[in-house]
Design a protein around this ligand. Structure first.
Ligand code: PLP
Length: 419
């Protein structure tokens, strides 16, 4: 031990082990990262596509936008840059530009009695999904559902929470939407509308989760990345439509998919003042800690990006955004109709631009992926990439142009019927 140049106990312990085994000291890394066992599908897809040597491929696997940034946002962005050339504009407020928070609040949250200061601007839902964890204790119990957007599960594992993580399986019969478990958790991540299934929780389903969270004093983190795509009347645009949700729910929304912001990066969280947690045996406002985290760790989101987001919330911006949303939903519905025409069972396309297709004849996700690649030169995403329960399904994405959609539908309907 006396040879060790470092005096932290964990380092000393490891120092001795390393000296014995390898004769050198290396930094100790976080083993939580190695716990991510999910197959990372995109490199495999790329390899398969490359090896197939197929020409005229149609990529229906991408969950990224196919249309450009909406015009009002592009204009506002350029104007903000001009402004920055004329006068110094420094660090933005770490909780977000006041005008943007105000507009988001008045459009989407004021009607539910939430406060303007409950809105926090961020650079993407992905960041918030991971960062919100920092507010919970190391031993807090987390829940995620399967199949779903994999980030919540990954961030739990990366944070070393594998022992405290519960994965709630869902099925086709459940529309791949989770039901509250009969045990408590501290935090449940909900993705609704859900990626990859394209399905969304109804008012009753969300109410059951709110009831469960109130009973168990749990917090719901609702990833509403596709909230702008909701068309069904019984699917709430926001969890705060549910009575009691302000006591238990955080909602995350993004400009990414509806306004073409995946390359620009603006999203927001709504963290109600009424949300409490236990800290040092005292009830503490969750929002207070989240605000503190942001103030310490973020220097804000770029000024032009926030100006662009603000432009999306003007009358002109909202109408341009809606046009893109309608386009993607239409593409997804056409794909769904084409899949039905050959006897495939599907979900989605009503409240999110994804179609989740059950693989026919007992095909696994990868087998059906290969089949579509071989017979139609169509690239899909195997459901397995979104969790174990996603096997035997593939996801097609409506984030495509008219031409790609038309050719994909022609190719799908030319397949021999599966029933
Ligand atoms: N949440 C879901 C369900 C998604 O599908 C995606 C992107 O595909 C994101 C979050 C990422 O959102 P953002 O671009 O705001 O980080």
């Amino acid at each position: 031990v006396h040879e060790c140049p470092f005096f932290l106990p964990s380092r000393v312990l490891n120092y001795n082990t390393f000296i014995k085994t390898s004769g050198c000291v290396v930094p100790i890394l976080h083993s939580g990262f190695l716990e991510i066992k999910r197959e990372y599908i995109f490199p495999i897809i790329e390899k398969k596509v490359f090896e197939s040597q197929k020409k005229d491929l149609l990529n229906l696997g991408i969950g990224d936008v196919a249309l450009p940034l909406v015009e009002p946002a592009a204009i506002a962005f350029k104007e903000a840059i001009d402004e920055m050339q004329k006068r110094p504009i420094g660090y933005p407020a770490s909780h977000g530009h006041f005008e943007l928070r105000q507009k988001i609040h008045s459009l989407y949250f004021e009607k539910y009695g939430l406060d303007l200061t409950d809105i926090f601007i961020s650079d993407g839902i992905n960041s918030d999904l991971g960062d919100l964890q920092e507010i919970f204790s190391q031993t807090a119990l987390f829940g995620v559902h399967d199949p779903s957007y994999p980030v919540p599960q990954d961030v739990c594992l990366m944070a070393g929470r594998s022992k405290y993580l519960h994965v709630l399986p869902t099925s086709f019969e459940m529309n791949f939407l989770p039901e509250p478990p009969d045990y408590p958790l501290d935090c449940m991540y909900l993705c609704t509308p859900n990626n990859p299934s394209g399905t969304a929780m109804t008012k009753d389903q969300l109410a059951a989760w709110v009831k469960w969270a109130i009973k168990h004093q749990a917090i719901l983190i609702v990833d509403a990345a596709y909230s702008d795509f909701i068309t069904q009347d019984d699917v709430p645009q926001s969890i705060y439509q549910i009575e009691g949700a302000k006591q238990v729910a955080i909602e995350l929304r993004s400009f990414s998919k509806s306004a073409g912001f995946t390359g620009l990066r603006v999203s927001y969280s709504c963290v109600p003042s009424t949300l409490l947690g236990l800290c040092d045996q005292k009830n503490i406002s969750f929002k207070k800690l989240w605000a503190q985290r942001m103030a310490s760790k973020s220097n804000g989101i770029s000024y032009p990006a926030q100006k662009a987001a603000l432009a999306c919330l003007t009358e002109e911006g909202l109408s341009a955004t809606l046009k893109q949303v309608h386009h993607y939903l239409l593409m997804a519905r056409r794909l769904k109709d084409a899949a039905h025409a050959v006897g495939l069972k599907t979900l989605g396309a009503d409240n999110a631009p994804y179609v989740f297709i059950e693989c026919p004849q007992g095909f696994s996700s990868w087998e059906f992926f290969d089949y579509l690649l071989d017979k139609c030169a169509i690239v899909s995403v195997p459901g397995l990439g979104f969790g174990q329960q996603g096997d035997h399904f593939i996801r097609l994405s409506g984030f495509i142009g008219e031409d790609v959609c038309q050719r994909a539908c022609e190719r799908l309907t030319s397949l021999a019927c599966f029933v």
